[in-house]
Design a binder for this molecule. Structure first.
Ligand SMILES: Cc1cc2nc3c(=O)[nH]c(=O)nc-3n(C[C@H](O)[C@H](O)[C@H](O)COP(=O)(O)OP(=O)(O)OC[C@H]3O[C@@H](n4cnc5c(N)ncnc54)[C@H](O)[C@@H]3O)c2cc1C
Length: 399
């Protein structure tokens, strides 16, 4: 058994890597164990709101991110059948003035590579690949992580950043019981040069309609458009980034929608489909010197674009707690959970509420839809929904 008593992180996704980098920058030894044999992310986009950007900048990654991110000029709502457009908020200069940092659109692989590169620079031995955790136990001297290959590692604290199907969560609290939300996300990326000029490349767009919505935004200097179409549908129940669907099936799901939506579907090589599962907010994340982070403890619907942002916030806050309460891991984890749980659970709830808002049947009829959209996306309502998220600073929130 490797009895080195480091902080151990299970999972090298966005949340796990953020926590690892924040710990290394504080001079705290950490080992990350990732099940994949190769460190890479799925081919998809991720929107990082100002609260997430603040974390990445606090880690010193601004310069590296400048080379790969896109700042869209604004966010617009469009009506599913007529294409009527409402400007939601500015994502350019006005947003930077308001929040101090930009709203970023990133290819997940680019964000992941920037985080992994910074870790490799800080400690080339910190990442361990091909290590699938199967269980975590603990005794009075710390935690013991067991891997599929039979190896065990002793840790002073364990952070389960192992995503929606977390083994660490299962070790702490037993098997979870996710419920199918009745919603399926169709997603993929399309090259900009395959799209008609009616689709604005530099705007993050949210098409809303009865029972479905479609989000698209630019990636990689505007060379790619990330597209996610979310439909109420009982027929598909696999929760995975990598399950392919067909364009014909996707066209059928969006029958009656605007021609721009069908042009987007035509531009895919293959659309992928992901069944969105609902998990109730967890009443506890930690037990002794083992805790959870990111989707492992607060997976959420993608309708607020906050899952990765909350994982980024968790990563920085947990590192600040382990630094502040050095040598007292249980106390550090208690303070981490206290600082984070209520906020992350509020984001879980806000995401579910947005699902209902985006899919209201009131949009079936264009005349009614106008009043509905104008009412739901009034400036004061948008501020109430987003300011508490975007104003938060994980680098200064009390721990
Ligand atoms: C369609 C869609 C769109 C989204 N868009 C956005 C968005 O725009 N903005 C946003 O903020 N969020 C978005 N999200 C949410 C975001 O993708 C997640 O919240 C985020 O990836 C969570 O990061 P994580 O590090 O907690 O988990 P993950 O990214 O799932 O990483 C977990 C890691 O742990 C590893 N692992 C798993 N099990 C084990 C094990 N037993 N042993 C070792 N390693 C293991 C995995 O291989 C993986 O590398 C979206 C989600 C979906 C489904």
């Amino acid at each position: 058994m490797g009895a080195d008593g480091k902080i151990v992180i299970i999972g090298g996704g966005i949340g796990g890597l953020t926590a690892a980098l924040a710990l290394l920058q504080r001079g705290i030894d950490v080992a990350v164990y990732e099940q994949a044999a190769e460190l890479k992310e799925v081919g998809a986009g991720v929107q990082i709101g100002p609260n997430g950007t603040r974390v990445l900048y606090a880690l010193g990654l601004e310069h590296d991110l400048d080379r790969v991110h896109v700042v869209a000029s604004g966010k617009e709502i469009r009506l599913w059948n007529t294409g009527q457009t409402w400007t939601l908020f500015d994502l350019g200069q006005q947003s930077v003035e308001r929040y101090g940092v930009p709203y970023l659109m990133l290819h997940r692989r680019d964000l992941h590579a920037v985080l992994a590169g910074a870790i490799a620079h800080a400690d080339p031995g910190a990442l361990h690949l091909g290590k699938k955790c199967v269980a975590v136990t603990q005794n009075e001297s710390g935690a013991i992580v067991r891997f599929e290959d039979g190896e065990t590692v002793r840790a002073s604290a364990v952070i389960g950043a192992d995503g929606i199907h977390s083994k660490v969560r299962e070790s702490l609290f037993g098997k979870d019981r996710p419920e199918f939300s009745g919603i399926v996300a169709w997603r993929g990326m399309v090259p900009a040069n395959r799209l008609p000029s009616t689709i604005k490349m530099n705007v993050a767009t949210n098409w809303v309609g009865p029972g479905a919505h479609v989000v698209h935004y630019p990636l990689r200097r505007g060379e790619l458009l990330n597209v996610v179409g979310i439909v109420e549908d009982e027929m598909w129940q696999v929760e995975s980034w990598t399950q392919p669907g067909s364009k014909d099936e996707m066209h059928e799901k969006f029958r009656g929608w605007h021609a721009d939506i069908h042009a987007l579907i035509d531009a895919f090589d293959v659309p992928y489909k992901w069944a969105l599962m609902g998990r109730a907010p967890m009443p506890r994340w930690s037990e002794g010197c083992v805790t959870l982070l990111g989707d492992a403890c607060h997976s959420m619907m993608p309708m607020l674009a906050q899952g990765a942002c909350q994982a980024l916030e968790d990563g920085l806050v947990i590192a600040r707690c382990l630094e502040k309460y050095a040598g007292k891991p249980e106390m550090a984890l208690r303070h981490y959970e206290l600082a984070r749980r209520e906020r992350a659970n509020k984001a879980v709830q806000g995401s579910a509420e947005n699902a209902k808002r985006f899919h209201s049947q009131q949009m079936a009829d264009a005349a009614q839809a106008d009043a509905y959209v104008a009412g739901e996306w009034q400036e004061n309502k948008i501020k109430a929904r987003y300011d508490w998220l975007f104003d938060y600073d994980a680098n200064s929130t009390p721990v």
